[in-house]
Design a binder for this molecule. Structure first.
Ligand code: NAP
Length: 290
């Protein structure tokens, strides 16, 4: 498939804001100083290819991933890329998610990212601190202009309902969860619930951390489209309305393949085969996590 293909589908946030449905993950970046320059180059290339959504977290490389992303973004912004075209997502660790703690964590993240605001700031997973405290912290960040939107990650419907009942909790703009061909539990309750709220579902590990790259069932579908198994896995996630996918890719070939997967349209026969090989769960399943 042609690497220069145009951008693909978009998702709409509750505010009406539209953003590309394909982003780029950064887990495992920023862990080794010897790899830093190469990682910055890869992210810079991603920006050149057209990626505009970037997912990171204070946890990744203990701030190292944010720093690598910050360096690549700074270069692109210096080169004239308008800041408002980029959508940067970062996450606060649950044990930092008190009202005061989120302020300190966000300040550290902004410094590492070299940005004056984060577009979407997520609670990485639910910990022991009260959701009401975290929401108050997020509201303070909104007032300061340090974040534009906030959301959660690794949260299922029951916790989202609880969050919606907390003062200010209905402003939750996104939920980032594990969603891939092998992890289809969210299709049953969570994704439909989020669609009703017009709350995008961000699919992490859409390639099962690379495990789907050589799957025989995917090879069969891929061959029909002159595509790769990973492109099929990604196209399958991206075909769900309201879903944003954030695969991590560490080299130019993977970046380009994933970018062009936006144009891959799976037909009825492809989908039927994938459903047979990767059946949706028949009953409720606990939310998968990596
Ligand atoms: N909220 C959370 O709790 C949570 C949890 C997990 C992940 N995440 C986020 O989601 C992002 C993506 O998830 P992930 O990193 O766990 O896994 P993933 O995106 O499913 O898979 C990444 C792996 O797939 C390989 N890959 C990428 N594109 C490929 C292609 N076209 N062909 C073959 N292999 C390919 C990558 O190899 P190369 O690096 O060699 O390209 C890497 O090993 C993370 O980076 C992170 O930002 C969030």
């Amino acid at each position: 498939m042609d690497a220069q293909a145009a951008a693909g589908p978009e998702v709409t946030f509750p505010s009406g804001e539209e953003r590309p449905a394909l982003g780029l993950g950064t887990w495992r970046l920023g862990e080794d100083a010897a790899r830093r320059a190469a990682e910055v180059r890869t992210l810079r290339l991603a920006l050149d290819i057209g990626y505009r959504v970037f997912d990171t977290a204070e946890m990744y490389g203990d701030g190292g991933a944010e720093a690598v992303l910050g360096e690549a973004l700074a270069d692109a912004l210096r080169g004239g890329l308008p800041r408002e075209q980029v959508f940067v997502v970062s996450k606060v660790l649950p044990h930092h998610a008190s009202e005061e703690g989120v302020l300190a964590a966000c300040e550290r993240s902004l410094r590492a990212l070299r940005l004056d605001h984060i577009d979407l700031y997520l609670l990485h997973w639910r910990g022991g601190l009260p959701l009401a405290d975290t929401v108050r912290g997020f509201e303070a960040l909104l007032r300061r202009g340090w974040i534009r939107l906030w959301g959660v990650s690794n949260v299922d419907v029951a916790d989202l309902r609880e969050l919606a009942a907390v003062p200010g909790g209905k402003a939750c703009a996104a939920n980032q969860v594990y969603f891939s061909l092998t992890q289809r539990g969210v299709e049953r309750d969570l994704l439909p619930w989020q669609r009703v709220q017009q709350m995008p579902l961000m699919a992490y590990s859409p390639l099962d951390q690379g495990e789907l790259a050589d799957h025989p069932a995917l090879r069969e579908v891929a061959a029909r489209h002159q595509a790769t198994p990973s492109q099929v896995a990604l196209a399958w996630v991206l075909r769900h309305p309201g879903v944003m996918a954030i695969p991590k890719a560490g080299n130019a070939v993977h970046l380009r393949h994933n970018w062009t997967a936006q144009q891959l349209v799976l037909g009825d026969e492809d989908l039927a085969l994938l459903d047979r090989r990767f059946p949706a769960p028949r009953g409720p399943v606990p939310l998968a996590m990596r």
